[in-house]
Ligand binder design. Structure first.
Ligand code: ADP
Ligand code: MG
Length: 238
């Protein structure tokens, strides 16, 4: 577990600045949701934290380490995307252990990490299947399993449920939260869905056009929106 800090972070693509000085404090073990309309800069912020995108100005810290210049591999984080591409030609167990195998972890140790993660995610009976033999929800669980086995300091989720149908989305919210209760890993979760943010977050960061519009616990935002954007966004249907 580690804290995450964004200090006056800016990002420009060419001459266009899309993040205009974003500061966010995330405590160890917290489940923080970044929410805001499409295009406001959520994915870019997450990708900079993951090291997949350069930061134009400011600082990003994981724990007390400034990670601006660290390659992704050295940041000790695991990311679950919306398009959780699994390798089609290998089994669920092999998909879950793949990154460990790349790191040179022994077969026996991989098994000892995959097995409890699979159990936690209800995948134990599916370990020998191939991705094409799984439902959408099961595939999403495999993608989460892949992240869990690495025992990262921080989990990043970028709209992980947006490809699932409405009913599954609701049950997966609960599963992800239960997982967080068990593992207590610091989590940064991106969504454009206010309901998802309200039901899942310890703390919500509302973003708007490359700035932080408001930060607070779900009920605080609901009861005391600080500006019209937050009031409109939190109050409107997804
Ligand atoms: P969100 O995830 O909130 O929908 P993004 O972080 O994907 O928003 O995008 C924020 C802004 O940055 C958008 O205006 C988007 O068009 C722009 N953007 C994102 N990635 C790139 C890129 N690689 N090159 C140029 N502009 C980009
Ligand atoms: Mg995005």
């Amino acid at each position: 577990m580690a804290s995450v800090t964004f200090r006056d972070v800016r990002k420009a693509f060419g001459s266009v600045e899309v993040l205009h000085g974003v500061s966010i404090d995330i405590e160890e073990g917290q489940f923080v949701v970044l929410v805001g309309p499409s295009g406001c800069g959520k994915s870019t912020l997450l990708r900079m934290l993951a090291g997949l995108e350069h930061i134009t100005a400011g600082e990003i810290l994981i724990g007390d380490r400034v990670v601006n210049a660290l390659p992704p591999k050295e940041r000790d984080i695991a990311m679950v995307f919306q398009n959780y591409a699994l390798y089609p030609h290998i089994t669920v167990a092999e998909n879950m252990g793949f990154s460990l195998k790349l790191k040179g972890v022994s077969k026996k140790e991989i098994e000892s990490l995959v097995s409890p993660a699979a159990e936690m995610l209800g995948l134990s009976h599916l370990l020998d299947r191939y991705p094409r033999q799984l439902s959408g929800g099961q595939r999403q669980r495999v993608a989460m399993g892949r992240a869990i086995v690495r025992k990262p300091q921080v989990f990043l989720f970028d709209e992980p449920l947006s490809n699932l149908d409405a009913k599954l989305r609701v049950s997966m919210r609960t599963e992800i939260k239960n997982l967080h209760q068990r593992l207590k890993t610091t989590t940064v979760y991106v969504t454009h869905d206010q309901i998802e943010a309200m039901t899942m977050a310890d703390k919500i960061v509302v973003m708007h056009d490359g700035i932080v519009a408001q930060v607070g616990a779900p009920l605080d935002l609901y009861d005391r929106p600080e500006n019209l954007f937050v009031a409109g966004f939190i109050g409107s249907p997804a």
